[in-house]
Write a protein that binds this ligand. Structure first.
Ligand code: WT7
Length: 644
């Protein structure tokens, strides 16, 4: 904890939507009278049938329902209801990968027409309410149209990040039994082409249920179209009506599935539903970012992740906002790009991940200071703990000391921000997520489940349900119960460590399970290990995280080879490539150490604690190694580490 505190700016303390008094009053009501509080907040949305039953939730047994008798449509709330007032207002400024390529401006009227066409194309391809539709698309306007089209007709989208491999894509298609995949010829990131259609072609022999592939033409690359299966979006769109009715949906009908990594097994399909999710994130967008009518909002997150779902797409549109959507990366063509985009569109609120901030900080201040950034009012960060040094740089250099920073802690499973500063109400502490959002009751417990009150450090739990909470894991409700509600019975366990300081502010310290956070992307060590052991020459692998200046955590792998296989630099390189191919570039190991043996307990369990210490070059603090089956293994590993 850096110990530094920045008071709320005077103008914000007076004029922000949520002032200190307002926060205290609303938070108290949200806890004491959740039904009253959320019934009022549900009025943010247009309901076909307004809910009369508000909160019906239990963590033991696990059953979570919000607004259960309400009927609405998410796409209607994000588009149609704005048309009368805002038809010609810009919904999205779309900025391409390269600044010389043409940008696009999409108004609410245009959004409506394109989403309707997309919806009609999906219907023609046989998609019905409740069907799962897999999206494997770059950050182009069509990914927004496709998601909203699904919402419009009641189909459930499953967006797979376009950086994932064909293998990873096939696994996610199969898990939710999608019969249709929407993709593009290619994506373009940092000037590099991503062969999306080819990846889909490579995935489908392993995903035999897919009947149709809808292909968006983006770069114009030469691709092969398979007759009877593959359909060009622009050809199909030309033949359908430009109007499509919205499907009335129950508040608890699923809106989307999003796969995320856990500490064991394959990625989990986290299921979010309609009414509670949209109510909560719509309020969060207003309250946390202080979004006001006419502001230009930019969340840099890819739609392949939850931050993109909630804050690049659904929340801003639900509030009739104007947003920026950017195809590319922070440092292309150079490290000024983010700040140039902010100037180009006069962005008022900007939201990005600590890893991007650290990377840009490393490029030097000139890239920032040569741009204006005068339009900025507020800065946000999410996805991983932000180190105070990066926070201070974001605050002083990017925001010139005049923009509050909101460091928002949340998760794929939570749908929206859970612990976060409110810019008009909360003192800022670099590195602290500070204070709970409305309706959120955090609690710290020790490993035995004892409650830790006051100033303490422990495991972060949430005591009661909030509307944007995930409802289940697709096809495996028991896994949902086991993963989140069993470690500490009757509580939602976040798997994050957390400190509470003397002021009652929360500081997230990072995952306490076997999940890595690499550049803000969640990665299960088990996934990387299973990719490694699927290689012919590998007999065993253990994966841990280690501190990395830009990525936050890097991936460190220990590999035991099959008997008789010689270790070599070439093989190390091949194995890193192998993981990249199996999962995707974000999973590429940073460091690989051959380990003739791994430290194991007598019962055969790998002692990761020791492997983590060695990866961190912290050899003095290995703790008790006497329970190891063969303690001498540790010395050999240290020797190899030092010689590498
Ligand atoms: C994990 C969830 C923000 C949603 C997108 C990431 C870490 C997230 C913060 C923060 C410290 C953070 C946690 C969490 N995390 N935000 N502001 N400060 N840590 O969602 O991919 O599901 O990852 O990201 O460890 O458990 P996700």
């Amino acid at each position: 904890m850096s110990g530094k505190t920045y008071p709320v700016f005077e103008a914000w303390a007076q004029n922000a939507l949520i002032t200190k008094d307002k926060y205290d009053e609303m938070y108290a009501q949200s806890i004491n009278d959740p039904d009253g509080f959320w019934a009022e907040q549900a009025k943010r949305l247009d309901w076909i049938k307004p809910p009369t039953r508000i909160k019906n939730t239990s963590f033991d047994p696990v059953e979570i329902k919000w607004f259960e008798d309400g009927v609405l449509n998410v796409a209607h709330n994000c588009i149609d209801r704005h048309l009368e007032q805002r038809g010609d207002q810009v919904a999205f400024y779309w900025e391409p990968d390269h600044p010389d390529q043409p940008a696009q401006v999409i108004t609410y009227n245009q959004l409506h027409e394109r989403v309707c066409r997309f919806a009609n194309v999906l219907k023609e391809l046989g998609v019905k309410k409740g069907d799962r539709v897999t999206l494997y698309l770059p950050m182009i306007p069509e990914i927004a149209y496709a998601m909203l089209a699904c919402a419009r007709i009641g189909a459930v989208h499953s967006v797979v990040f376009a950086g994932f491999s064909p293998e990873a894509l096939a696994g996610r298609i199969n898990d939710c039994d999608s019969t249709i995949v929407i993709t593009a010829d290619e994506g373009s990131r940092g000037g590099r082409a991503i062969p999306l259609k080819k990846n889909v072609d490579d995935a489908l022999p392993h995903a035999l249920g897919v009947e149709k592939v809808l292909v968006v033409e983006h770069t114009g690359a030469n691709i092969t179209m398979k007759g009877g299966r593959d359909v060009w979006w622009h050809e199909a769109a030309a033949g359908v009506d430009e109007f499509c009715d919205v499907e009335p949906m129950g508040a608890e009908d699923p809106l989307f599935i999003l796969y995320t990594s856990g500490s064991t097994g394959k990625p989990k399909g986290v299921v979010h539903t309609s009414g509670g999710y949209l109510t909560y994130i719509s309020l969060a967008h207003r309250a946390v970012f202080n979004y006001e009518d006419g502001d230009i909002f930019w969340c840099g997150a890819d739609l392949g992740w939850i931050t993109g779902h909630s804050f690049t797409l659904y929340a801003p549109l639900s509030n009739g906002a104007t947003s920026v959507m950017y195809e590319g990366v922070p440092n292309f063509p150079d490290a000024s790009r983010f700040w140039q985009i902010i100037d180009k569109y006069q962005v008022n609120q900007f939201y990005t991940a600590p890893t991007a901030i650290r990377a840009l900080m490393g490029a030097g201040d000139d890239f920032v200071t040569k741009t204006s950034r005068k339009s900025l009012k507020l800065l946000g960060t999410a996805g991983e703990p932000i180190n105070p040094e990066a926070w201070e740089w974001y605050f002083h250099v990017v925001g010139e000391g005049r923009c509050p920073i909101v460091d928002t802690w949340w998760q794929t499973e939570t749908g929206g921000c859970m612990i976060t500063p409110f810019p008009g109400a909360t003192e800022m502490k670099p590195g602290a997520a500070t204070t709970p959002f409305f309706g959120i009751k955090p609690q710290l417990v020790d490993n035995d489940g004892n409650v830790l009150d006051g100033e303490a450090e422990g495991n972060l739990c949430i005591l009661d349900s909030w509307p944007a909470q995930a409802r289940t894991i697709y096809g495996d409700h028991q896994r949902f119960v086991d993963t989140y509600f069993t470690t500490y019975k009757g509580k939602y366990f976040t798997s994050d460590g957390c400190k509470c300081d003397a002021d009652g502010d929360y500081w997230i310290t990072g995952r306490v399970d076997d999940v890595l956070n690499v550049s803000g992307h969640r990665m299960g060590t088990a996934e990387v290990e299973s990719a490694l052991v699927s290689h012919d020459m590998v007999s065993e692998a253990a994966v841990v995280g280690y501190p990395h200046d830009v990525k936050g955590q890097g991936i460190y792998v220990y590999v035991t080879l099959m008997a008789g296989v010689e270790q070599s630099d070439d093989l190390a390189k091949d194995l890193r490539q192998w993981v990249r191919k199996e999962i995707g570039p974000i999973a590429t190991p940073d460091l690989l150490q051959f380990a003739p043996d791994l430290p194991k307990t007598r019962s055969g369990k790998i002692m990761r604690r020791i492997l983590r210490k060695i990866a961190e070059d912290d050899f003095s603090n290995l703790g008790d190694i006497s329970t190891l089956a063969d303690p001498s293994v540790v010395d050999k590993l240290i020797e190899n580490r030092q010689n590498r």
